[in-house]
Design a protein. Structure first.
Length: 345
């Protein structure tokens, strides 16, 4: 089975028959234990393509996850567009410190050399390194999942959350301008990742939707059209990861064209399956904090088996893996999947 991990993943993401339900993470996988074992630690691994690739590959080679997922933050496009970024520490991810377009979109422009700015070249080079390590031939075929901010996240980084919400209600022209530009930025970056060998993209976005601060009408009328445009223009499968209790919004989100939707543990898998139907695959949703970070391998296995029995198409953490998560707990995710199949026989 090991040599068909990529094929199995792609079958799962497209709703085709699989050998076994993939067990992996579509969100960040860098942990302190893996950093120590590989010598590739944050914050350097955010800016050094070789270290970024080595840490990402460790998620498969050491932790056993059935995909390689990289990079490890949601600030790459924000930094490229002029946001100041705190690069964090060994166990704290980068964060945005400034919002250069908080007054409005008057000076918002997409740089002509977007793909040469900031840390985008780092991620593109890491993609090439990983693709070369996992291509056909003597290497095992491991799916490469590239992470990137979605347009709503870029919008909130550039202009602040409160402005995004206010403009959605009171200045729809501002909201539309930001969503147009941020969507085009995401499309250009996404296609450059596919061009260099990524198999799928995971786009964490829509935290505002999960927070229930965004009215459903804004999601339907002002966000959904841009999500649909992005899915039509991107040259490969896109996974939407969305935090919070998004049960009420899942039907709308599943109509945008995403191949799959990744949800956290606040969402009932039964509710999610009913809302999504066959329009997208369902990924999730073992708790990354309560279970993976603070639990034991046995508690990880118990929750993972519940997710499998509830009908997830891909077994994964409900959000990014916390940097202090024990390696044994990550390995237990795949072990649980294997045991679940054995127990069914």
């Amino acid at each position: 089975m090991e040599r068909s991990l990529r094929k199995n993943f792609l079958n799962a993401i497209h709703g085709n028959l699989v050998n076994r339900i993939p067990a992996l993470s579509v969100t960040q996988t860098g942990t302190v234990e893996l950093m120590d074992m590989t010598g590739s630690a944050w914050p350097e691994a955010h800016s050094n393509p070789e270290k970024m690739a080595a840490l990402a590959l460790a998620g498969h080679e050491i932790a056993g996850l059935e995909a390689v997922r990289y990079p490890y933050c949601l600030t790459v496009l924000a930094e490229t567009m002029g946001c100041e970024v705190n690069m964090g520490t060994k166990d704290i991810q980068p964060s945005v410190l400034s919002h250069p377009f908080s007054k409005g979109p008057e000076n918002l422009r997409i740089p002509e050399n977007l793909l040469k700015r900031g840390r985008i070249p780092t991620v593109l080079k890491a993609t090439e390194i990983l693709a070369a390590r996992t291509e056909n031939g003597t290497q095992i075929e491991i799916p490469l999942i590239a992470g990137m901010e979605g347009p709503l996240t870029v919008f909130t980084h550039l202009a602040e959350v409160k402005n995004c919400l206010i403009w959605g209600l009171k200045k729809p022209d501002y909201f539309k301008t930001f969503m147009e530009s941020c969507t085009e930025i995401c499309i250009e970056y996404a296609n450059s990742l596919f061009d260099r060998g990524a198999d799928a993209l995971c786009m964490p976005d829509g935290g505002l939707v999960g927070s229930r601060m965004m009215p459903p009408s804004i999601l339907e009328d002002s966000v959904k059209p841009f999500y649909k445009h992005l899915c039509e223009r991107v040259n490969g499968p896109v996974i939407l990861h969305i935090c919070g209790d998004v049960g009420d919004s899942l039907r709308t989100l599943s109509e945008c064209g995403f191949e799959a939707i990744s949800i956290e543990e606040k969402v009932s898998l039964r509710v999610a399956k009913e809302a999504i139907g066959d329009r997208a695959r369902l990924i999730g949703n073992v708790s990354p904090s309560r279970t993976l970070l603070f639990g034991t391998p046995d508690t990880v296995k118990a929750e993972a088996k519940q997710c499998l029995s509830a009908g997830v198409d891909i077994l994964a953490p409900g959000c990014g893996i916390a940097p202090r998560t024990p390696l044994a707990n990550i390995r237990a995710l795949v072990e649980a999947r294997d045991e679940w199949y054995e127990e069914k026989e």
